[in-house]
Design a protein around this ligand. Structure first.
Ligand SMILES: *[C@@H]1O[C@H](CO)[C@@H](O)[C@H](O)[C@H]1NC(C)=O
Ligand SMILES: *[C@@H]1O[C@H](CO)[C@@H](O)[C@H](O)[C@H]1NC(C)=O
Ligand SMILES: *[C@@H]1O[C@H](CO)[C@@H](O)[C@H](O)[C@H]1NC(C)=O
Ligand SMILES: *[C@@H]1O[C@H](CO)[C@@H](O)[C@H](O)[C@H]1NC(C)=O
Ligand SMILES: *[C@@H]1O[C@H](CO)[C@@H](O)[C@H](O)[C@H]1NC(C)=O
Length: 346
């Protein structure tokens, strides 16, 4: 399998080199608004709004980013757009209820699946660095003609959102970070390097049971597991079990490698946007905990400590900590989450 992944990565690079020579790819990309199959790039979860594709050329290959474009259902004086960035164990669709709420408040809502995730392309030879993911989101918004946006990112999506804030400050109206990853430097705290091939081996065996156990311990620590959470674990387990399960596992290994090397904590003081940080007091999420010593693991992922510390580093930050909630406050206590979000939204 490892050999195959490397071979296909190499093949993709070789074959795309030929494409570069043969044509001049559109630098902006195009929006495809036609029929898409129910199972797209290995995700068969049903999305509540039409799935569109942003087709673009990047890192010497043709890619397709799936997204939903939810119209504002009331007409306000100004056009407002929000983009919702999903976490690594989630998909854009996990934000659906939040998207409905925003739409009702007059926001057009863009819900992209990051490259590598869910219903988007899963390139095997690709740098999944966080700036690249932020640039991909910006390219999509540019192709849609959107030049000002409210960015809301959760978990890995929060890390991408923060990078987006650093790269495209002028285009952001408000920046919301919901339990973002990278508020601590896991490696500096002692997380050892795990080779990509070993991360792959740990990914490829994931199933409903292992994913639920992880989420219960890190995302919903000291909370009752609600049946509603099963939907999101099923969505993910089906990707691992689906037609692109091996490719997805390898992407997750590449993504983990990229995230571990790019914590956002050092650049938070450089943010020039109005930033709104919210974390769950009981969030225990940290990359690398599983392969660290128990002494190191015990120091990681204490959002009740790293949340306020990160807020103090951001020049213009409004901060809220949800008492008793974990990594995904918008799933665990949606009403509490909306109360804070809508008290902060312009
Ligand atoms: C809002 O968007 C619509 C459609 O893009 C456009 O026709 C209209 O001029 C915009 N209104 C304002 C106030 O920007
Ligand atoms: C899920 O994966 C674990 C670890 O690989 C394995 O022990 C377990 O049997 C699997 N469960 C199911 C239902 O496949
Ligand atoms: C777990 O939650 C209960 C309330 O539901 C609280 O009394 C207790 O202190 C919490 N324990 C930890 C370790 O956070
Ligand atoms: C979705 O994919 C999973 C994994 O391949 C499969 O078990 C499940 O039956 C599929 N669901 C639908 C509705 O096709
Ligand atoms: C923070 O943002 C608010 C709202 O836009 C603004 O009024 C204030 O001047 C900003 N403060 C700093 C230090 O940038």
């Amino acid at each position: 399998m490892r050999g195959l992944s490397l071979f296909s990565a190499l093949f993709a690079m070789l074959s795309c080199t030929a494409v570069v020579a043969a044509s001049d790819p559109d630098p902006i990309g195009t929006i495809y608004n036609g029929h898409v199959p129910a199972d797209l790039y290995g995700s068969n979860y049903t999305y509540p709004w039409p799935v569109k594709l942003y087709k673009f050329y990047n890192q010497h290959q043709h890619l397709e980013m799936a997204f939903m474009d939810v119209p504002a259902d009331r007409h306000y004086d100004k056009n407002k757009t929000a983009v919702l960035l999903h976490g690594g164990n989630f998909c854009s669709v996990t934000w659906s209820d939040t998207a409905r709420q925003l739409s009702a408040k007059g926001y057009r809502v863009i819900l992209p699946d990051d490259i590598g995730f869910c219903k988007s392309s899963k390139p095997q030879g690709y740098s999944y660095n966080v700036q690249q993911q932020a640039e991909n989101i910006n390219s999509l918004l540019t192709a849609l003609g959107i030049d000002e946006v409210t960015v809301i990112g959760h978990s890995m999506g929060g890390m991408i959102a923060a990078r987006y804030g650093l790269m495209y400050a002028d285009t952001i109206k408000q920046l919301f970070l919901v339990d973002p990853l990278g508020l601590e430097d896991w490696v500096a705290k002692g997380v050892p390097y795990l080779p990509i091939d070993e991360t792959y081996e740990s990914q490829v065996v994931q199933n409903f049971t292992t994913l639920k156990a992880y989420e219960e311990a890190s995302y919903f620590y000291n909370a009752t597991w609600e049946p509603a959470y099963n939907t999101w674990v099923d969505m993910l387990a089906n990707i691992y079990a689906g037609d692109y399960g091996l490719e997805y596992s390898y992407v997750m290994a590449l993504v983990t490698d990229a995230l571990l090397s790019q914590p956002i904590i050092y650049q938070l003081p450089l943010l020039k946007t109005n930033t709104y940080l919210m974390v769950g007091e009981n969030d225990m999420t940290a990359l690398g905990k599983a392969w660290s010593s128990s002494a190191v693991a015990a120091t990681l992922g204490h959002y009740s400590v790293i949340g306020p510390a990160a807020a103090a580093l951001i020049p213009n930050c409004t901060f809220h900590m949800f008492p008793g909630l974990g990594h995904a406050p918008f799933l665990q206590a949606p009403q509490e989450f909306y109360k804070v979000l809508f008290s902060w939204l312009d």
